[in-house]
Design a protein around this ligand. Structure first.
Ligand code: ADP
Ligand code: ZN
Length: 612
């Protein structure tokens, strides 16, 4: 509006305090500024918010942001107010008086940005309100919520096409970090963004190091990972079930890592409290189901760990994208094993609904398994899923410690023929554990009970360890060369693909984990270099200044009731600590210090730096 500068770069520098645009930001902003519709696909942390905030400040009227994240609106608005932007929200957490005040401010043209939840927007009252004021643009955030196949589906999103009918002249910009071509098409169609220009960014997040390991004792593995690489860091641990969330949070706490649970079974109050602590405190670990995280803009999440296999690459990429939004090194860590494959295949088989739905789930799982079992660069695999290509990244486990690929054809034949014989000769089916016992020639009670030592395959696989066999089984399941029989409690059965392997018509190359190295990694240089990012880059005096600045920031944040990063990001404080600015002009050169923050905090910052 009138008190903001008119060029997009000026707004970026003066309001947000950043030097230059990233990627497509400027093109998107110019396009929307001129009244065009846009569909923006950018990875999490890519910088989507500026794409609608800046044109909203440049065009006359109020930018209306539609976001499903009621619990985060307060935060988003607080952060904008710190920047000197007049922002407000309308949602069900307000009483009628607060809502009325916001409505009046809107009508009086006193707002730059208004955040609304979709269900609120669709009420007659709200639509009427909007038509009485002046809307500069509509931003539809988390636009993938319109997709019925996705895990964030919100039925209200389907009705947002009403915006196109009622306000044909107001530009609309839809944004998401979910990137498959299919989802994009769905968004464009359902939101009636037929003439929108599509802006598809690179989905690469080079600062995130991807690692996928074989699961055995997962909680101990998780603990070892955090202790070795992320002690004192803030992180998110994703689990599939509520029970696992609870157990894991408790386990971490017992082992000296402050962790909080988050899942849909907790009361709204507890969830809100835990989320707010996660945003405000430093070094907390959130153990959560995928119900947590959408829209969380905490910049310094240093790791995202998955202790259960995610259901799709899309979901996985969004979840891991929550790490390292500040561009500093971060880790995405996933542990997965045989049991995950068995369990998820079964869940799919048992899920209600049409076949086409199950096939879709199955294809998504296959892609996820392909990523886990690949012997080539993880990032290449991930980006290929979004139809983007890069060279080997040098920052994933396969690039850093290439796994061996080994010819597992004979091993696979042994397992498959064991399954075949049990079924053909005796009409029996068994699960993974017993099959492995048979192959390894182990005399268990069950072996004796069924007289399985008399099978011709008994003991033919003594050359491989139990773990190795689990790996083979897992990879066969991953490639659908073996199936889980859901009616038989996880027993295994042959598939159409099995025959070619049994006949020797295909060669199977499997991934072998660099086992020993994985264990000793905690003591290795690469591990050490990734311990607390805040401690690494600064020389001692600067570090001291940084700590003082952080202490000052903690106080300001507390008195304003906002998370510390809303005042300044770590990266900004680090730059201040390193460059020792002596004047307000010096401060203006530092990324993340805009006009408003310089006025509000400049003198205090300078004093803080001088006195250390
Ligand atoms: P997204 O919504 O795409 O996940 P955000 O809009 O939250 O990402 O931006 C991620 C982070 O990057 C934020 O901390 C934001 O302030 C910062 N950022 C965005 N654009 C720029 C830029 N041009 N220069 C510097 N930092 C930026
Ligand atoms: Zn790689």
């Amino acid at each position: 509006m009138s008190d903001f500068p008119s060029g997009s770069l000026d707004v970026l520098q003066q309001v947000f305090g950043y030097d230059s645009f990233r990627g497509d930001q400027q093109a998107i902003i110019e396009h929307v500024h001129q009244g065009g519709d846009a569909l923006v696909l950018m990875p999490t942390g890519g910088g989507k918010s500026l794409c609608y905030q800046i044109p909203a400040l440049m065009r006359g009227g109020v930018g209306v942001v539609i976001s499903p994240l009621i619990a985060l609106m307060q935060n988003q608005v607080d952060a904008l107010i710190e920047l000197g932007v007049k922002a407000a929200f309308l949602n069900s957490t307000q009483d009628w008086r607060e809502a009325r005040d916001v409505e009046q401010a809107f009508l009086a043209g006193e707002l730059d940005l208004l955040y609304v939840a979709p269900e609120r927007l669709l009420t007659d009252r709200c639509l009427d309100l909007l038509s009485r004021g002046r809307v500069s643009l509509f931003a539809i955030d988390e636009a993938h919520c319109v997709s019925q196949w996705g895990h964030d589906f919100r039925p209200e999103y389907l009705q947002l096409s009403i915006l196109a009918e009622r306000w044909p002249q107001v530009p609309r910009i839809a944004l998401t970090a979910t990137a498959t071509t299919e989802t994009r098409r769905e968004i464009a169609q359902r939101l009636r963004l037929t003439d929108a220009r599509h802006f598809v960014s690179s989905f690469d997040r080079p600062n995130i190091r991807y690692r996928i390991i074989e699961k055995n004792e997962v909680r101990r593995q998780l603990l070892a990972f955090i202790q070795a690489e992320h002690m004192g860091d803030c992180g998110i641990v994703y689990c599939l079930s509520r029970a696992r969330v609870e157990e894991t949070a408790e386990f971490l706490c017992k082992n000296g890592i402050e962790a909080l649970p988050y899942h849909a079974g907790l009361s709204a109050a507890v969830r809100a409290e835990n989320q707010s602590r996660f945003l405000r405190e430093e070094g907390l670990v959130m153990v959560a189901t995928i119900a947590f995280g959408m829209g969380i803009d905490k910049p310094d999440v240093r790791f995202v760990a998955h202790i259960d296999l995610p259901k799709s690459v899309e979901g996985y990429y969004q979840e891991t994208g929550r790490a390292g939004r500040d561009g500093q090194p971060a880790t995405a860590w996933l542990a997965y094993g045989l049991q995950d494959v068995v369990q998820q295949r079964r869940m799919i088989d048992e899920s209600p609904g049409e076949d086409v739905f199950r096939r879709r789930l199955s294809a998504q799982l296959d892609a996820m398994l392909g990523l886990c079992e690949t012997v080539s660069c993880r990032r290449q695999r991930l980006l290929a899923y979004f139809d983007q290509s890069i060279g080997p990244c040098g920052n994933c486990d396969t690039c850093l410690e290439p796994p061996e690929a080994w010819d597992g054809t004979v091993a696979a034949q042994k397992i498959l023929s064991a399954v075949y014989r049990l079924w053909r000769e005796r009409g029996q089916r068994f699960g993974a554990g017993h099959l492995i016992d048979i192959l390894r020639g182990k005399q268990t009670d069950r072996v004796q009970q069924y007289d399985h030592q008399s099978l011709s395959v008994f003991g033919v696989g003594a050359d491989l360890s139990e773990q190795a066999w689990r790996g083979v089984l897992r990879q066969l399941l991953a490639q659908s060369l073996l199936a889980v029989d859901h009616e038989g409690y996880g027993t295994l059965a042959l598939t159409d693909g099995s025959r070619a392997v049994l006949k020797g018509e295909t060669t199977l190359m499997f991934r072998r984990e660099p086992e020993k190295k994985a264990r000793s990694r905690s003591g290795s240089k690469s591990g050490a270099s990734r311990s607390r990012s805040a401690d690494i880059v600064l020389p001692p005096e600067a570090q001291e200044r940084f700590e003082a600045l952080r202490a000052w920031r903690a106080e300001v944040a507390r008195s304003h009731g906002v998370p510390a990063y809303v005042i300044f990001h770590d990266s900004t404080l680090r730059e201040v600590a390193l460059n020792c600015p002596e004047s307000l002009e010096d401060l203006a050169q530092i990324s993340g210090v805009g006009v408003r923050k310089r006025e509000a905090y400049g003198e205090e910052l300078l004093r803080c730096v001088r006195t250390v």
